[in-house]
Design a protein around this ligand. Structure first.
Ligand code: TXA
Ligand code: MG
Length: 337
């Protein structure tokens, strides 16, 4: 396939003519990568099974890993689910548009290829002005897994999408880097109390403030409920090693070990250590706020991969709020979970 057509938008101007190209492409069963507040998604018409199949093919995604359907509003959810539980309504009213995906019982007409044969479907309203307009103009649901090759770090810019899928899809909507930088939190509201299947842009604390207690699933149940959590994820080619936040001693020990092994070492850190290695080309410094770390972490992993490092030493964060979601991604990248 020729290279994807890149449509550049400013966040504050909706250029109808460009948007029309994206809408037509989706209507014809094509693939359109689109921005959200979390990461870029790989879009296809949710009601077109052939188009959805192409999404799995180009990503190299196992057919047992279900997709999220993006819609413009809570009203549009009704087309996909048998009923909307009370807690889902409370959460949607508080957090949509936003980085929360809700799993509910699906209507029979939702193609089973989307849901990998499960009786549930995952839905979310993304907080992104251009993509909301796309959804409104398209007048339907758009499936959207992260627009990366399966197993790679999720794309937080159009360049990342081009790197992974530039010659395999039709259109890329480019609005620059994404605001949050890690994926949405996936919450199953078909059970009581609801279960977090994937931590992401919305923290457990924020969800519990809205609807009371939620659980994490134990590993075995999680696998049944959300097959996606089973697969290798967020992995750069380099080996990822996490060192504890603010622990210069541990950082230096890892540095010494991998230098002795002759490894090409990349570093991602946010603390101000004495040996900051600023002059080292494999050094990525991120501002210490957890929001900045979330926003930049996937890009940092990709950048170091491009430089061909063997090992990436990455500084951990405190596992509270958004920090818990960041650590989830880092542990998966380091293959610790
Ligand atoms: O922020 C996001 O969620 C991004 C943007 C593009 O919206 N999308 C995204 O999609 O991260 P993806 O496919 O990379 O991750 C979707 C996750 C997977 O872990 C999948 O297993 C889970 O949601 N999932 C989808 N449908 C499900 C269902 N019916 N039941 C349980 N888990 C489901
Ligand atoms: Mg993904």
């Amino acid at each position: 396939m020729p290279r994807a057509k890149v449509l550049k938008f400013n966040l504050d101007t909706i250029e109808k003519e460009k948007l029309r190209i994206a809408v037509e492409t989706l209507k014809m069963g094509g693939l359109v990568a689109f921005p959200t507040e979390t990461v870029y998604g790989l879009g296809a018409d949710a009601m077109n099974s052939d188009a959805v199949r192409k999404v799995f093919d180009v990503k190299g995604r196992p057919s047992s890993n279900p997709l999220i359907v993006h819609v413009a509003s809570l009203q549009d959810v009704e087309k996909f689910v048998t009923h909307i539980p009370e807690k889902a309504i409370m959460l949607a009213e508080r957090f949509w548009p936003g980085p929360l995906t809700l799993v509910m019982f699906k209507k029979p007409e939702v193609p089973s290829i989307i849901t990998a044969g499960l009786s549930t479907v995952a839905l979310r309203v993304p907080a992104h002005p251009i993509t909301i307009e796309l959804l409104k103009e398209f007048k339907g649901g758009i499936v959207g897994p992260s627009a990366n090759i399966s197993g790679k770090p999720s794309p937080t810019s159009a360049d990342h999408v081009i790197e992974d899928l530039g010659d395999k899809i039709d259109v890329i909507i480019d609005t620059g880097p994404t605001r949050i930088g890690i994926e949405s939190t996936v919450l199953d509201v078909t059970v009581e109390p609801p279960i977090i299947l994937r931590l992401g842009g919305l923290s457990k604390e924020e969800i519990e403030n809205c609807i009371g207690e939620v659980n994490f699933s134990d590993d075995e149940k999680l696998l049944k409920r959300s097959p996606g959590t089973n697969f290798r994820h967020y992995s750069p080619n380099a080996r990822v090693i996490i060192f504890s936040k603010n622990n210069e001693y541990e950082f230096l020990a890892f540095l010494k070990k991998y230098r002795a092994e002759g490894k090409k070492i990349g570093v991602i850190m946010h603390s101000n250590f004495s040996e900051r290695m600023q002059n080292n080309e494999f050094f990525v410094a991120i501002n210490p706020s957890v929001e900045d770390i979330a926003r930049n972490i996937f890009n940092a992993l990709r950048e170091l991969d491009k430089k061909g490092v063997d090992v990436i030493l990455v500084e951990g964060v405190e596992e509270v709020g958004l920090g818990a979601s960041v650590m989830d991604r880092l542990k998966k990248a380091a293959q610790l979970k």
